[in-house]
Design a protein around this ligand. Structure first.
Ligand code: RIB
Ligand code: CA
Length: 313
């Protein structure tokens, strides 16, 4: 079977970095047509730089990296240096990138790719705020029907919020963009905090990355060593939650995950609950299902896949 064509939209971010490494280590499964950076965890000038750093860490300097939108559709940018550090990739000491940033705007790359590739053959893997995706849909409505699937990390239901009491970061940063994507009619798979908080890098799992002894394996261990502080302090968890790698792992091994096809709507009016994903998990409304909302994973299988693939880089 030929590898699945994907565009990765991302705001690296240590967990984004692991998701990108997993994708680049899996060429038989995933054909990464391009990586588009978005403002999120840190400003765009850092997320695009970090995306190139990660490609060089993977030894894949032929991957095209683009810069997308530098702010949300209709709100000031909120960043997360308190979680990811000032650089957005604190932990390992990685060299500045030498591979070039593509001159084309990332939104135009998304539009052109969806127009040029056969319809329903390109999946959008969204690891940050949905600003680039929504902007592309607004600029070129004809591409919406051509998207094979959107698999995104964002939202929460039972886990509620990580940036406000009710909202997860990616959705909170750009709720208007999320609203556009969730109302697009596209086949959407959502990796909310409900599942990503079960993908924790325990000490044993961190040791397994470090034991790879490769630059990528050691860097992943250093990233998660840094990244775990926030969640350990806030939730008392046993390690860093690998949010974004759930997206690329799903595309490689969907059977690792379990969820329900339900209605998910985005709060875009009330400041109190802005960016909340209102997930009808119990089917108490007659609102039509519009997303597969993942609630559980085989964590051991997930980490075995990560160690195996990152060990190939
Ligand atoms: O809430 C977690 C999400 O926000 C992850 O994608 C993380 O990288 C940040 O973007
Ligand atoms: Ca991210």
């Amino acid at each position: 079977m030929s590898p699945r064509k994907i565009i990765i939209d991302t705001d690296p971010g240590q967990d984004d970095a692991v998701a990108i490494l997993l994708a680049l280590a899996s060429p038989k499964d995933l054909d990464v047509l391009g990586i588009v950076a978005v403002a999120g965890n840190v400003p765009l000038d850092l997320t695009e730089k970090n995306a190139r750093i990660v490609c060089e860490l993977a030894g894949k300097t032929d991957v095209r990296v683009f810069a997308g939108c530098d702010r949300p559709l209709g709100r000031p940018l909120v960043t997360a240096e308190h979680v990811h550090g000032k650089s957005g990739l604190d932990g390992p000491n990685l060299p500045d990138p030498t591979m070039p940033l593509q001159p084309q705007h990332g939104v135009d790359f998304i539009i052109d790719t969806l127009r040029n590739e056969p319809a329903n053959t390109v999946t959008l893997c969204v690891l940050g705020p949905l600003t680039n995706i929504a902007t592309a849909f607004q600029k070129a409505p004809d591409i919406v029907a051509r998207v094979q699937q959107v698999v995104l990390m964002g939202g929460a239901y039972f886990e509620v919020g990580n940036i406000t009491p009710t909202a997860e970061f990616n959705i909170y940063v750009d709720p208007q963009a999320a609203d556009i994507v969730f109302k697009s009619g596209i086949d959407i798979v959502v990796m909310p905090l409900d599942v990503t908080h079960k993908a924790l890098v325990t000490q044993a799992r961190n040791d397994a990355f470090r034991a790879l002894g490769t630059p990528a394996g050691i860097a992943v261990a250093q990233m998660t060593d840094f990244f775990e502080r926030f969640d350990k302090e806030k939730y008392g968890s046993t390690g860093a939650p690998l949010h974004d790698p759930c997206v690329t792992a799903y595309l490689i091994a969907p059977d690792l995950f379990k969820g329900r096809h339900i209605n998910v709507e985005i709060e875009v009016k009330s400041e109190l609950t802005m960016g909340m994903t209102v997930a009808d998990w119990w089917g108490v409304t007659d609102r039509p299902a519009n997303a597969t909302f993942i609630g559980d994973l085989d964590a051991d299988g997930f980490f075995a896949l990560l160690v195996e693939r990152i060990g190939l880089l």
